[in-house]
Design a protein around this ligand. Structure first.
Ligand code: NDP
Length: 324
C-alpha cells in the first residue's frame, strides 16, 4: 500500500481507503461488510469512511460493531463521520452545521461507532443557514475536547472553503484539513480547476468519492444492464438516471478498450487514473462484493501502466479536461 499525507497535515492516509455508503447496513450483510474491512486492512488500508446519514446511522452501527470485534489497535486506523443531513426523520435542529447539531451529531456518531473520537469529521455539505464562523468554532471545540482530530468539508465551493480559512486565520483556529469531493474520469472540475489555489496555498487534502462513478466506470454497463447492482436498487432511480448517461457509457466503452490494451481491467484503470492526481490524498473505494475490492486494490500497482501516452489517449476519449 502507498501512504500519502492528508494535505499539509501530519496524518498518513492509505492511497486507497474503504467507504460504506449504500453498502454497510443496507445492500450487503454485516458478514460481507466484515470481510471487506478485513481484506482492506490486511492490504494496508487505514481509512474507513462513514457518515451519520448512511443507512440512517446503521452504517456506523455496523462499522462500530466490526471495529470492536476485530479489536485492531485504535492507532492503526482512521475513521470518519460526516454531519449535515442528520437522518431521514431529522427535525430542524437535528441536521445542518449549527453548533448544536455539530456537537450533538458528533456525540451520536461516536456512540454508534462505539469510539471515543473520530479521526476525521466532515461537514457533509455547506449549510446556507449557519454562519461559517459558527461551524469553524464548533469544529475547533470538538478538536479541543479530543473528540475529533481533523475536520473538513464535502462538496463545498472554493469560496466557502476560503471563508472558512479566513475565519480560522482571524481567530487563530484550525481550518479545514480536507475536502471530500466527487472525482472520477467523468467529473473533474473541482479537483482539477476550482480547488487548485487551495491545494497550493492552504495545503488542502482530499478524500475523493465515487471514483468509479457508482460502478459505471467498471465497464459493467457497457453492453447490458446487469441485475444485483446499485443501479437496480429500489429508491436509487435518481442515481441511475444521473449516472447511466448515453455519452458517459459511450466513453466508458472506448476507455474499456484502452484499458485492455494497457493490460489492466477497466475498474483498476479508472482507479489508477484517480491516483495519478497528486492532489488526491486518498481514493475511497466502494464495494458490494469481496471480489470487487480485491480487484480494485490492484490499482496501486497499475499506476505505473498509465504512461504519458496512455494518459493522452484517455484525454482524447474523455474530451473533458478542465481549462485552467
Ligand atoms: P464507486 O464509484 O467506486 O462505486 C462503488 C460501487 O461500484 C460498488 O459498491 C459496486 O456496486 C461497484 N463496483 C466497485 N468495484 C467494482 C468492480 N471491480 N467491478 C464491478 N463493479 C464494481 O464508489 P462509491 O460511490 O461507493 O463511493 C465510495 C465512497 O465514497 C462511499 O462509500 C462513501 O464513503 C464516499 N462517498 C461520499 C460522498 C459524499 O458526499 N461525501 C458521496 C458518495 C460516496 P454494485 O456492485 O452495487 O454495482
Amino acid at each position: 500500500m502507498e501512504y500519502r499525507s492528508l494535505g499539509k497535515s501530519g496524518l498518513q492516509v492509505s492511497a486507497l481507503s474503504l467507504g460504506s455508503w449504500l453498502t454497510f447496513g443496507k445492500q450487503i450483510t454485516d458478514e460481507v461488510a466484515g470481510q471487506l474491512m478485513e481484506i482492506a486492512y490486511e492490504a494496508g488500508v487505514n481509512f474507513f469512511d462513514n457518515a451519520e446519514i448512511y443507512a440512517n446511522g446503521q452504517s456506523e452501527v455496523v462499522m462500530g460493531n466490526l471495529l470492536k470485534e476485530k479489536n485492531w489497535d485504535r492507532s492503526s486506523y482512521i475513521v470518519s463521520s460526516k454531519l449535515f443531513f442528520g437522518s431521514s426523520q431529522a427535525k430542524p435542529n437535528q441536521k445542518g452545521l449549527s453548533r448544536k447539531h455539530i456537537m450533538e451529531g458528533c456525540h451520536a456518531a461516536l456512540k454508534r461507532l462505539q469510539l471515543d473520537y473520530v479521526d476525521l469529521l466532515f461537514c457533509h455539505r455547506p449549510d446556507k443557514n449557519t454562519p461559517i464562523e459558527e461551524t469553524v468554532w464548533a469544529m475547533n471545540h470538538l478538536i479541543a475536547q479530543g473528540k475529533v482530530l481533523y475536520w473538513g468539508t464535502s462538496e463545498w465551493s472554493a469560496s466557502e472553503l476560503m471563508e472558512a480559512y479566513l475565519v480560522a486565520e482571524k481567530y487563530h483556529l484550525i481550518g479545514p484539513t480536507m475536502e471530500q469531493p466527487q472525482y472520477n474520469m467523468l467529473v473533474r472540475d473541482k479537483m482539477e480547476k476550482e480547488y487548485l489555489h487551495l491545494f497550493k496555498h492552504y495545503g488542502l487534502g482530499t478524500s475523493i468519492w465515487s471514483p468509479l462513478a457508482s460502478g459505471l466506470l467498471s465497464g459493467k454497463y457497457n453492453q447490458r444492464m446487469p441485475t444485483d447492482t446499485r443501479m437496480n436498487t429500489d429508491g436509487l432511480e435518481w442515481l441511475k438516471e444521473r449516472t447511466l448517461q448515453e455519452q458517459w457509457i459511450e466513453k466508458t466503452c472506448r476507455l474499456t478498450e484502452l484499458a485492455a490494451k494497457t493490460g489492466v481491467s477497466m475498474p483498476v484503470f479508472a482507479l489508477a487514473w484517480c491516483l495519478k492526481n497528486p492532489n488526491v490524498s486518498t481514493v475511497i473505494l466502494g464495494a458490494s462484493k469481496t471480489a470487487q475490492l480485491q480487484e480494485n486494490l490492484q490499482a496501486i500497482e497499475a499506476v505505473k501502466q498509465l504512461t504519458e501516452q496512455v494518459l493522452e489517449e484517455v484525454e482524447q476519449i474523455l474530451q473533458n479536461k478542465p481549462e485552467q
